[in-house]
Design a protein around this ligand. Structure first.
Ligand code: FNR
Length: 199
């Protein structure tokens, strides 16, 4: 057992990743992919799933005194070292519920909880492009949000119905390997940024 100071140092070294699934569906492939990622986090990193289903529809009139669900969401994102998005593709873009969550986190602008957060993206769809179009829309949002996107690897899970079983477990080894690489790369990226911006 180390000294309390040593334990605090160790805790500071842990990379806390907030995981967001952009689908509220109980049997969502994107939620399943996020849960797979949670189990693939390397030692020294944890992924905590942050729920977005209780957020009200964004209303800028409420942004200065937001409802409790928004405050809780903003606290969870603000306290994370990095973000892992698992996005579906709806009509060639991200889902409305994910956009709603992003908007709530972004206002007021000077208090955006997204700013300067390292972020990685993956996504699962029933189609052949595996959410590629939605992912590039999300990357575009990162520019305005001033987030630090991980460029590679790109994890686009196509034909998701063939990669997960009826219980939502990821059954495809190649997808598991790629998700593992993504999470590891996000942890490395977060540490690199932490060192680069250390006082
Ligand atoms: C879809 N889906 C879909 N798929 C795709 O590859 N490109 C698309 O543009 C769309 N558009 C779309 C719109 C809407 C409103 C729905 C409900 C669905 C199919 C989508 O990939 C599929 O439903 C996934 O299973 C959604 O992800 P979750 O809910 O499983 O995480």
């Amino acid at each position: 057992m180390g000294s309390p100071d040593a334990i605090i140092d160790l805790m500071d070294d842990i990379i806390r990743i907030a995981g967001i699934a952009g689908s509220l569906r109980k049997r969502s492939y994107n939620r399943a992919a996020l849960l797979a990622a949670k189990n693939l986090a390397p030692a020294g990193a944890v992924i905590e799933v942050v729920e977005i289903g209780t957020l009200p529809l964004f209303n800028d009139d409420l942004a200065s005194a937001p409802p409790p669900a928004v405050t809780e969401f903003r606290r969870a994102i603000g306290g994370a070292d990095a973000i892992l998005f698992s996005t579906p593709e709806y009509n060639y873009s991200i889902s409305g519920v994910l956009k709603n969550a992003i908007d709530w986190g972004s206002r007021p602008p000077a208090e955006s909880v997204w700013a300067r957060k390292p972020a990685a993206i993956m996504g699962a769809s029933g189609g052949l492009l595996g959410t590629a179009r939605a992912q590039y829309h999300l990357r575009q949002m990162f520019v305005f949000l001033d987030m630090y996107p991980l460029n590679r690897p790109e994890v686009m899970i196509a034909s998701a119905g063939k990669k997960f079983d009826a219980q939502g477990s990821l059954t495809d080894d190649d997808t598991r390997r790629r998700i593992g690489e993504l999470v590891q790369a996000l942890v490395t990226w977060t540490k690199q940024l932490r060192r680069a911006f250390a006082p």
